[in-house]
Ligand binder design. Structure first.
Ligand code: HEM
Length: 440
């Protein structure tokens, strides 16, 4: 989808029709209008597919289309996701386990399916940060509760339903239910519901007040009546659903682009090694330290620019007075949106070589500010990703920890194959991992 949409925009310009009353816009200037902060455009019914009817009214921060209700809920819970509330040690514990596991596999001489291990890392990290314990993906080396498989199987159906008219959705879901694998995936997705429900219940019963996870912070809000228990359960569920796959994809793209570009990989390796000469590779580097590495930051921005985790337009409803886009008046009730995987390739913003991985572009004067405002990785406007601090902790800390201990490579010129079903899911990515042998 992302490739097709990029080609269509190349051929027909910044504004293209992708449905009877739906437009895809690729004009960087339009970002501030479509995702404006004042009188924001509402999310479309695309998002109602991501409600969870099994928990209360089913609405969550992600799926809510009513901007007033959304801003009320965001005011109530937004602080929970602030950086100072997230225990960085959770990411360290998960990184250490990840390093241990890939070290064992490296010693056994196996090639590793990196994407799968990054998924397991991302799910366990959400568990550790949110619920105060990992789920056991990495410990038991398997897809706990089949979460990974279920999301993989379900996303295409959810995506087709989300881009289809509401009246067709029951038919789509009905037919998909006839496919045994998808039926199983729906059942497995119920495991995520149950997991969220059970963890909330257990922590409530045992009053684990010493547990510092974000869930406890949500409980405190519930006690103060700022939110209700359904909100707590829903946040737990949406952290699992919205926070694990997206982060795993981002991590995968960082590793992929580094392996695909050995010069950049080597430059990053030199930056890391020379900065931490006196610190043992087994020790954790803090996020505040990691963020000071300019080339690491540039690599993360560049990889997630070229391969954003979400690869469809983020659709919004044109308001009653219409919207002016690319010199055209767009009437009310039309849907418009920008696809991160399209705008990120815009040559007027990112340069003539926008389709190439070149982290150096982020180090040029004013570049981070000039280009950064057109990145849509984490969305834009009033609906930007609430979990970006969690994601950033993982995106800085894990690659840094891995590169300090291991060398990783894939077959030369291996292509980046993804399946764009809203989440732009990477296909299997086998890599060879070896321990670095310099004195540590
Ligand atoms: C690299 C990782 C991530 C990426 C690329 C990502 C991407 C996004 C994007 C693009 C949006 C906006 C969607 C739209 O406007 O249609 C969004 C919203 C959201 N994300 Fe993330 N996300 C990531 C990680 C996380 C994590 C770790 C969590 C939770 C713990 C999370 C929870 C949410 C929620 C709840 C929303 C809805 C926010 C709102 O509407 O106010 N995300 N994310």
């Amino acid at each position: 989808m992302d490739l097709v949409q990029r080609r269509l925009h190349e051929k027909y310009g910044y504004l293209i029709r992708i449905g009877p009353n739906e437009l895809s816009c690729a004009d960087p200037k339009a970002k501030k209008d479509i995702y404006r902060l004042r009188n924001p455009l509402q999310k479309t019914d695309f998002y109602s597919v991501f409600k969870n009817p099994k928990i209360g009214a089913g609405e969550n921060l992600f799926s809510l289309t009513n901007e007033k209700e959304h801003s009320k809920l965001k005011r109530a819970i937004g602080n929970v996701y602030k950086l100072e509330n997230i225990d960085e040690k959770c990411v360290d514990r998960c990184s250490q386990l990840f390093l241990g596991r890939i070290g064992e596999l490296a010693d056994e001489g196996h090639n590793i399916e990196l994407g799968r291990w990054l998924h397991m890392f991302a799910y366990d990290t959400i568990g550790e940060i949110f619920f105060g314990h990992m789920f056991g993906f990495m410990e038991h080396r398997f897809d706990h509760g089949s979460y990974i498989e279920s999301v993989k199987l379900l996303m295409p159906i959810l995506c087709i339903a989300a881009v289809s008219p509401v009246y067709l959705r029951p038919i789509i879901f009905g037919f998909s239910f006839m496919v045994p694998a998808i039926r199983r995936a729906f059942q497995a997705l119920d495991n995520i519901n149950c997991a969220a429900e059970n963890i909330v219940k257990t922590q409530l019963e045992t009053e684990q007040t010493n547990n510092n996870g974000l869930l406890q912070k949500l409980f405190s809000l519930e006690k103060k009546k700022a939110i209700n228990m359904d909100h707590v359960k829903m946040e737990a569920w949406s952290a699992l659903f919205a926070g694990a796959d997206t982060t795993a994809i981002a991590l995968c793209s960082i590793f992929y682009h580094l392996m695909r570009n050995p010069t950049a990989y080597e430059k990053l390796q030199v930056e890391i090694d020379s900065t931490y000469l006196s610190i043992s590779p087994g020790d954790d580097i803090s996020f505040s330290e990691a963020r000071k590495l300019p080339y690491l930051k540039a690599c993360i921005l560049e990889a997630t620019r070229l391969s954003p985790s979400i690869g469809l337009t983020l659709p919004r409803v044109v308001p009653l007075d219409g919207l002016s886009l690319c010199g055209r008046h767009i009437p009310s009730s039309y849907r418009v949106g920008i696809n991160p995987a399209v705008i990120h390739y815009d040559e007027t913003v990112f340069g003539r070589d926008a389709s190439l991985f070149r982290p150096e572009r982020w180090l040029e004067e004013n570049a981070a500010e000039d280009m950064g405002r057109y990145l849509l990785n984490f969305g834009a406007g009033t609906r930007t990703c609430i979990g970006q601090n969690i994601a950033n902790l993982e995106m800085y800390k894990l690659p840094l920890a891995v590169l300090r201990r291991f060398h990783i490579c894939m077959k030369p010129n291996q292509a980046w194959k993804t399946r764009d079903v809203w989440f732009n899911q990477p296909e299997e990515l086998y890599v060879k991992i070896t321990r670095r042998s310099y004195p540590m």
